[in-house]
Design a protein around this ligand. Sequence first.
Ligand code: MTE
Ligand code: MO
Length: 478
Amino acid sequence: MRPVGPERPDREDPAVTSTTEPAPGQGRGEGREAPDEDGYGFPRPLWRGLARLPVPPPFSARTWRSPLRGRWLTSVFGLVLLIGLPIVIVTGFLSWLAYGPQFGQAIPADVGYLRPPPLEWPTSPSWLYRLTQGLHVGLGLVLVPVILAKLWSVVPKLFAWPPVRSPAQLLERISLLALVGGILFELVTGIMNIQYDYSFGFDFYTAHYWGAWVFLAGFVTHVLIKLPVLVRALRAGAPGRWLHDSAEQTVPEPPDDEAGHGLVATAPSAPTMSRRALIGTVAGGSALVAVLSIGRSVDPLRPLAFLSPRGRSYGTGPNEFQVNRTAFAAGIGPGVGDGYALVLTGGPAGEVRLDRAALAAMPQHTAVLPIACVEGWSTVRTWSGVRLRDLAAAAGVPAPANAFVASLERAGPFARVTLQGNQVLDPDSLLALRVGDADGGPMADLSLDHGFPARVIVPALPGVHNTKWVGSIDFRRA
Ligand SMILES: Nc1nc2c(c(=O)[nH]1)N[C@H]1C(S)=C(S)[C@@H](COP(=O)(O)O)O[C@H]1N2
Ligand SMILES: [Mo]
């Protein structure tokens, strides 16, 4: 191991070696930069004056001594996030769109000018929402170690002194507030939501939606400013032979051009870990999160889903799959089937009532469809029941513009839904009465927890809108 003393960085660093060492107690920045390349803008005397102030750690450049930090390392993590985060962002906004903003049922409902273009959420492919929302939650979780590593790699900049060096840089630093604050807020609220922890006391959907715009603004600004830096750093290549260097052989990156304000330590300590080990640890963390999360969406791997909330309800037999809101929680008792009759309205003849025998006597259709919750879990089941379009015809509205479905559940935010016309008319859209596994196993009546006597199941529809314990459907013309 090479001894690397704080007062004698053993590398060619013109910014340090060409000037005198700061006396003890003197602030960072003092005398470190070549006079005309210090990056100070208007009003220059102010920033230079600030730079001369003695500052304590962590604002002193000597606080941050990891020899691994530098533009190359930050750019490696940055590249992963540059590819991954746009997928998380886009799938997040798609989830908002999939909730049906045209019916005011996206959350938040009123988004003013930030209203994405109206879009009829498709019913095909049936796994569309399963994919987009699985990516949103799954990739969001997998990127957590990378985000933490990226933040670690740039933390000296958080404490750069002076905090600002020009008006343009002030704007950049404000965008960093949106970037870092935004991503941490989105991660914390998103993770709490999939853990069913609502202790933050505000509406999750609303906060997560607006937080996403704040983050997006910071992200776009940051990419515009930093993309050239990232490309240059990656082109320049890694210091040393990063894949082969041991900790002892690991050398610091060449100094950044922002002497005293950059990522490379001005007084690096001896390496305790190689770059390969650091990147491998972060990748391993992401892989571990992936392994512990995949069971949320892949049924045979469900026992691996250690990151899912424990102690959630499951059914038995053909009904053995995740229960989001139990019948008990929804105030639905075992007597719900007694005297049950589905009420259809909207047609010229007025109300049509169908009891269970009448529903069972109609043509039964079977479809293998996923149920995919906004919280990221999903499962594929075989469902059978009456086509929604057959019910529309029975009500006397064969081509409805949309349909309003109401559950027997009284309260509850998800006790009702408006379905688009294409969602009512898809041949696989069902009022399901029975369910089985995805592989053609035996079928059984829906359990009480899964929506007995009847529930909605529509291809590509967010899980939340597959209403359980359906009491009535109103088919609406234009
Ligand atoms: N009436 C009613 N239907 C509901 C809900 C509800 O709270 N009330 N929850 C929805 C949500 S959020 C999901 S993900 C699915 C889950 O269906 P499952 O519990 O049968 O798996 O049901 C949906 N249907
Ligand atoms: Mo859900």
